[in-house]
Design a protein around this ligand. Structure first.
Ligand SMILES: Cc1cc2nc3c(=O)[nH]c(=O)nc-3n(C[C@H](O)[C@H](O)[C@H](O)COP(=O)(O)OP(=O)(O)OC[C@H]3O[C@@H](n4cnc5c(N)ncnc54)[C@H](O)[C@@H]3O)c2cc1C
Length: 477
């Protein structure tokens, strides 16, 4: 590992004159014909040149803007010196999922958005793709650290194999604890597999993450719904001493639009699963690619809506319109994904709200009634409140509609676990510094605590909880 460079030796002027290395990507015309990753990996030379643009700011605004506070300048210093493994190790000190976050974080709002180049009107250092580059290098070498401490004899149950649960499982296994991960789906990864499409992140990355976690000695039990098939209290009866709840927030928002039960109206998660998840990993009810026809409307404005719209384009739809009740300025999703969607031909109807779906005699949707909206004063979310414009109703002809209106937490954990405090329809209350819930020995993190958020924040909360769980376990004897 090279030590951090002396700030005085860094020639900032020369570095800032180096050309940005654009991240290679498939052109729009080619990529809409496949489900492969849009962005291609850097080659080693381009990655080194891009890393050399980092001027090693002593204040490291990029690291401050990263929810994991990864030591980005030090990692890029290793990278520019050709020490790819060391660079990966620096990222891994804070990030259990470098290969995922490098691909799917909204970097323009995080590390890259804080990069000094942005203030100068230049492209930021491509931190995300460089993190993915070194993580992929490490995966290809098979060199990721699998060292675990001597077995402690303590047993931990993790509920949910998403990024929060996998982070806890990996970190506690490394401390020598025996960990079992339970998940209701047929495989692990949570939304990384059962949500995020392959064109954003190839699912072999999820396979590799699971294989790595197994190599640490973690056991996986799939197809089991904790709180229904077996309760959290029964896990304690099975001699698990601590439980982590990383169950996400995956209950789709009910649009309450008449006609939502028509054929051709899809909910985002089952739609994405049927289009993006390999058959072997799908539950029996979600087999077969949907026949969406030519004219598709996607309702919603977040990451999920963009993923659905771009999936519909790849299924061969001729016109895909994203219908959103506010304007682009209020859209919550990743702006980079929105730009890619536009390049792929996705259209947008802003300030528009569907009010009814109607169908043909066979019960298949063929028309969507809409109303125009206008924005008034901000609501509780801080965004301007949309209200219908009187007399502005119109219809759109559609062959299918995909509902991507967001997600609620699942109240199941609170309902099935006596003494577990929840709020807001089921989000689990925790102590911010430890992730400990109102029940001693039960910890929680990720979307189940924060509501729908990001992979990186789930990793951050998993890390925090793993530390606290380790302290809890070793304090037992
Ligand atoms: C379509 C879509 C696209 C997204 N795109 C991005 C993106 O580009 N970038 C980004 O950073 N974030 C993105 N997100 C958000 C991100 O994926 C989530 O914030 C993150 O996965 C949350 O991690 P988690 O571990 O808390 O929960 P999840 O990933 O939701 O995992 C929870 C797991 O718990 C399991 N589970 C739930 N209840 C039970 C139970 N009772 N018993 C057993 N198992 C249970 C579930 O099956 C699931 O596997 C996206 C989300 C969606 C829906």
């Amino acid at each position: 590992m090279l030590p951090r460079p002396d700030a005085k030796t860094i020639d900032r002027k020369r570095r800032m004159s180096l050309p940005h290395q654009p991240v290679p990507k498939q052109g729009a015309a080619a990529r809409i014909g496949n489900f492969e990753e849009v962005y291609r990996p850097y080659d080693a030379e381009a990655a080194i040149t891009e890393a050399m643009r980092c001027i090693q700011c002593p204040a490291a605004p990029c690291a401050k803007a990263c929810p994991l506070h990864s030591d980005i300048p030090l990692a890029l210093w290793q990278l520019e010196n050709g020490l790819f493994e060391h660079s990966a190790i620096v990222f891994r000190r804070t990030n259990t999922m470098s290969e995922v976050c490098g691909r799917v974080c909204p970097q323009t709002a995080q590390c890259e958005g804080a990069c000094i180049y942005v203030k100068k009107g230049k492209p930021p250092v491509a931190i995300g793709r460089l993190e993915a580059f070194v993580a992929d290098y490490q995966a290809a070498q098979g060199s990721r650290d699998t060292v675990t401490a001597a077995p402690t004899g303590h047993r931990v149950a993790v509920v949910g194999a998403g990024p929060a649960g996998l982070t806890v499982a990996q970190l506690l296994a490394k401390r020598g604890h025996f960990v079992t991960v339970f998940d209701v789906w047929p495989s692990g990864g949570g939304i990384m597999r059962y949500g995020i499409p392959k064109f954003k992140m190839d699912h072999t990355i999820v396979d590799d993450l699971l294989n790595y976690t197994e190599r640490l000695g973690v056991e996986f039990v799939y197809g089991i719904r904790i709180g229904v098939d077996i309760s959290v209290d029964e896990l304690f009866e099975q001699a698990y001493e601590a439980v982590f709840l990383g169950v996400g927030a995956g209950v789709p928002v009910d649009p309450k639009i008449p006609g939502s039960d028509l054929d051709g109206v899809y909910n985002a998660t089952p739609f994405l699963i049927r289009c993006n998840v390999d058959d072997d990993f799908r539950p029996p009810g979600l087999r077969g690619t949907p026949d969406i026809g030519k004219k598709v409307a996607v309702i919603g404005g977040g990451d999920t809506a963009m993923d659905c719209a771009r999936t519909a384009v790849r299924l061969g739809a001729e016109r895909v319109v994203c219908v959103y009740r506010r304007t682009e300025a209020e859209m919550p999703g990743n702006e980079r994904d929105r730009a890619l969607a536009r390049e792929e031909g996705v259209e947008f109807e802003w300030l528009t709200q569907p009010i009814r779906f109607t169908g043909d005699e066979e019960g298949h949707i063929n028309e969507m009634g809409c109303v125009r909206m206008e924005l008034r004063e901000p609501d509780d979310s801080g965004r301007r409140r949309p209200v219908p414009v009187e007399g502005s109703e119109f219809t759109m002809t559609v062959d299918s509609v995909i509902l991507a209106l967001g997600y609620w937490p699942d109240p199941l954990m609170g309902e099935s676990t006596p003494g577990l405090e929840t709020r807001d329809w089921g989000l689990i209350n925790v102590a911010a510094q430890t992730g400990e819930t109102s029940r001693p020995g039960i910890f929680a993190g990720g979307d189940a605590v924060a509501g729908p958020d990001l992979v990186i924040t789930a990793v951050a909360q998993g890390r925090r909880a793993a530390e606290a769980m380790h302290a809890f376990l070793i304090a037992r004897h």
